[in-house]
Ligand binder design. Structure first.
Ligand code: HEC
Ligand code: HEC
Ligand code: HEC
Length: 449
């Protein structure tokens, strides 16, 4: 008993963090030239807007819900409102939050805030982020109370989580790697927090360090593996990753949708150099993919990619039709594909004007059917921004469940490159249907405490 009490007291003493005094909101003139602009770019790389803005809510005012296996956590108001935001936080308080996951008053923050990545951020970049946030429009909005299961509603426990799962930053450059790689590692592992979605999590909701970038589920989507066994049929090249991150699509790989869509939307405002560095680093993680020998339909695409074809001209354009026999096949899935999909997906026009040959899409070769079913049911809506964006109709109302299951089974068998069928198809389909019904649908979720 005494030992436990002593250990408990020791832990509380270890975990205690003092409050940092409130300050008056700093004057915009107090920031160095260029700091606010650089902060805007860093905030885009860090997706601060995506997580800290509720649907139809004020920018950065918080309130987005994260449904986790441990309960619901709400993002907070990070506008410079003095009472409900971080207007009275000093740079030191902001820096402690980013590096240590502790708020101004000394409370531990839940890692739904990916400070396990943000800790790598250098002091000068934290200063730029601070300058950017402190010069935003203040918005008055109280943070919603979290709904977490006991004992996780006690923030002090997060001190233990942090001890186990967070390696404190800032980033230390690896001397045996060149500058571009180090810059990419700094951004991708740090503010870019790519692993937060692409690395599977353990029972404590922390990223599994033994399975980095092995692919994970997020908000009902699958964030594909980005390691050396990447899901794509055509190996990703550094240029392809760059183009995909830069513009949201690539002729050999299709478009970024679901939770990846805001990531690339944000990256659009980030300088080329930064995106290039991230692509360089991720290409290194993918290494040379261990591809299965390409079967006949994929061969031309693989060859084309290796010949260094430009992204714009690659893709379905020069591929031969994949399933000339599909129209006559008795199989229900094959008939549906020929009637409803092939006209666009085998038309020989590459994205963004046409659609990729489905043999190239990771949604068919990936570990789970989530992304295929979501895109099949909802389609790709027009963005309405005046740009020429890919558009696909949704089939939620025109196809029955048995039809969708038959089609998905057919696509996996035909274009999955000998991968085994998905055994969770029916369950995934009913989950996707539920999510599409706004009343029953779940909100944004993340598998972390
Ligand atoms: C994946 C979602 C996510 C992203 C991305 C994210 N945040 Fe957060 N952030 C959260 C959540 C959730 C909380 C609340 C955590 C809690 O209550 O313990 C939070 C809390 C914070 C806090 C503490 C505020 C307070 O009042 O206690 C700060 C500061 C913060 N975030 C800054 C940022 C910045 C700067 C960025 C971008 C570089 C960012 N966040 C990106 C989810 C996110
Ligand atoms: C909020 C979660 C999230 C974050 C953060 C995120 N991704 Fe993704 N990513 C996804 C999802 C989900 C997909 C699948 C999208 C789809 O099906 O269109 C994806 C797809 C991709 C793909 C395409 C893979 C393929 O085989 O088609 C690449 C490449 C990628 N992400 C790279 C990155 C990089 C680099 C970062 C960090 C800068 C990053 N992602 C950050 C969720 C995320
Ligand atoms: C009117 C044209 C059109 C029709 C019909 C159509 N699609 Fe699409 N589809 C597109 C476009 C455009 C895209 C986005 C560009 C891309 O990713 O190829 C797309 C994307 C996709 C993707 C994502 C590919 C990726 O990884 O980026 C899948 C999967 C898909 N469609 C499946 C289907 C299936 C299955 C059918 C038939 C039931 C179908 N589509 C019918 C136009 C169409």
């Amino acid at each position: 008993m005494i030992v436990i009490a002593a250990l408990g007291a020791g832990f509380v003493a270890y975990a205690w963090r003092s409050p940092i005094a409130a300050i008056a909101q700093p004057e915009p003139a107090s920031f160095k030239a260029g700091e606010v602009e650089r902060g805007a770019q860093l905030a885009a790389i860090g997706d601060c807007n995506t997580c800290h803005t509720a649907e139809n809510g004020k920018l950065f005012a918080g309130g987005r819900a994260f449904v986790t296996p441990f309960g619901t956590i709400y993002s907070t108001n990070i506008t410079p409102d003095a009472e409900t935001g971080i207007g009275n936080w000093s740079l030191a308080a902001f820096q402690r939050a980013m590096r240590e996951g502790v708020d101004r008053e000394g409370n531990y923050l839940y890692p739904a805030f990916p400070y396990d990545h943000f800790t790598l951020t250098r002091d000068d970049d934290i200063g730029a982020l601070y300058a950017f946030l402190m010069t935003r429009e203040p918005a008055r909005q109280e943070a919603s109370a979290n709904e977490l299961v006991f004992p996780l509603n006690h923030r002090v426990l997060l001190a233990g989580w942090k001890l186990l799962f967070v390696s404190p930053g800032p980033y230390q450059a690896q001397p045996d790697r060149d500058e571009l790689w180090n810059r990419g590692a700094y951004l991708a592992e740090g503010l870019g927090h790519c692993g937060a979605c692409h690395t599977p999590r353990n029972a404590f909701g922390a990223e599994d360090s033994g399975r980095r970038y092995a692919g994970a589920d997020i908000d009902g989507w699958h964030a594909y593996r980005l390691d050396s066994t990447a899901d794509a049929h055509v190996p990703w090249s550094e240029d392809a990753i760059y183009a995909y991150l830069r513009s949201g699509w690539h002729g050999d790989h299709g478009v970024a949708r679901g939770p990846m869509a805001p990531v690339v939307e944000n990256l659009a405002s980030v300088p080329d150099d930064d995106v290039r560095a991230i692509a360089h680093y991720i290409a290194g993680i993918m290494g040379v993919p261990k591809l299965q020998p390409p079967s006949a339909p994929q061969a031309p695409a693989v060859a084309m990619n290796q010949s260094g074809a430009r992204p714009q001209s690659a893709g379905s354009q020069t591929l031969p039709p994949i399933a000339p026999d599909a129209a006559t096949a008795s199989d229900l899935g094959a008939r549906l594909y020929a009637a409803s999909c092939a006209a666009c997906h085998e038309a020989g026009r590459a994205v963004p004007i046409g659609a990729i040959n489905l043999a190239l899409s990771s949604s068919i070769t990936g570990a789970s059917p989530d992304n295929l079913l979501r895109i099949l049911l909802t389609g790709i809506p027009a963005k309405g921004d005046g740009q020429r964006n890919p558009i696909m109709p949704g089939f939620a109302n025109t196809m029955s469940d048995p039809q969708i299951l038959a089609l998905a089974t057919y696509l996996r068998g035909r274009f999955g490159g000998q991968r085994p069928g998905w055994d969770d198809l029916p369950a995934t389909l009913s989950q996707v249907r539920t999510d599409m019904n706004p009343k029953a649908g779940r909100q944004a979720s993340a598998a972390r405490p």
